[in-house]
Design a protein around this ligand. Structure first.
Ligand SMILES: CC(C)(COP(=O)(O)OP(=O)(O)OC[C@H]1O[C@@H](n2cnc3c(N)ncnc32)[C@H](O)[C@@H]1OP(=O)(O)O)[C@@H](O)C(=O)NCCC(=O)NCCS
Length: 193
């Protein structure tokens, strides 16, 4: 699909492009990002260029990942927020996964949650997502705090779910349903009695 932009009180979410190479490269020098996210490590300027010029636009074009660069109103990079693993977005399952990272100097300001809300609103209202998943390596407390603040209901641990840098890791998982956000409609849901 054609990339879109979203805005919130403090933030602009737009597709990454060439002007973001330096700021993405700088943000991904923080070891917390390769620690939890499958980005190259070490993360070079070429990696940043490949991400903003090729991988991120290809995700929109091929309907594999809808990734937004998140920016302050002044234009500073906050991070990345998007829908990943969307293979079942347009099947009857209507599922996607929320994925994000935030630059170290922008953390702790509520920006991640604010950007997450905008993407979730769009996923439910614009794309008809009926189950949005959150999956993080077990032990990622910061990510879990964001997911909980967004309303995700924790669903437990999936053993050895994630392969990260040559080892299998357990995953914490959660899901957010439109009904958790007070939305009605969609495929009727018969929850476990
Ligand atoms: C996870 C991450 C995006 C959180 O970003 P953030 O900007 O700090 O998040 P916010 O400011 O929106 O805060 C959201 C909540 O998380 C809490 N939080 C943030 N870091 C935390 C931590 N290390 N431990 C516990 N809670 C934490 C905040 O206190 C806040 O909770 P509150 O609203 O109840 O006060 C950031 O730490 C990051 O980029 N980490 C590396 C990449 C990563 O792990 N991505 C997720 C992969 S699944």
């Amino acid at each position: 699909m054609e990339p879109i932009t979203l805005s919130t009180g403090r933030l602009l979410l737009r597709p990454f492009d060439a002007r973001d190479t330096e700021s993405v490269h700088a943000a991904c020098q923080d070891p917390e990002i390769p620690r939890w996210i499958p980005v190259p490590d070490p993360y070079t300027r070429d990696d940043a260029e490949e991400f903003v010029l090729n991988a991120s636009p290809a995700g929109w074009r091929d309907d594999t990942t809808y990734n937004f660069g998140v920016f302050t109103r002044e234009g500073a990079l906050v991070g990345s927020m998007g829908l990943v693993r969307i293979a079942h977005l347009r099947t009857a399952e209507r599922q996607a996964e929320l994925g994000f990272w935030t630059a170290k100097e922008q953390r702790g300001k509520g920006y991640t949650v604010e950007a997450g809300r905008a993407v979730i609103d769009w996923a439910f209202a614009g794309l008809g997502v009926e189950r949005l998943e959150w999956i993080a390596t077990a032990g990622n407390h910061a990510s879990r705090a964001v997911a909980i603040r967004l309303g995700f209901v924790m669903e437990g641990v999936q053993r050895a779910r994630i392969v990260h840098r040559g080892t299998r890791r357990d995953a914490w998982t959660g899901a957010l349903l439109p009904s958790d956000w007070g939305r009605t409609g969609g495929t009727p849901y018969l929850a476990a009695p």
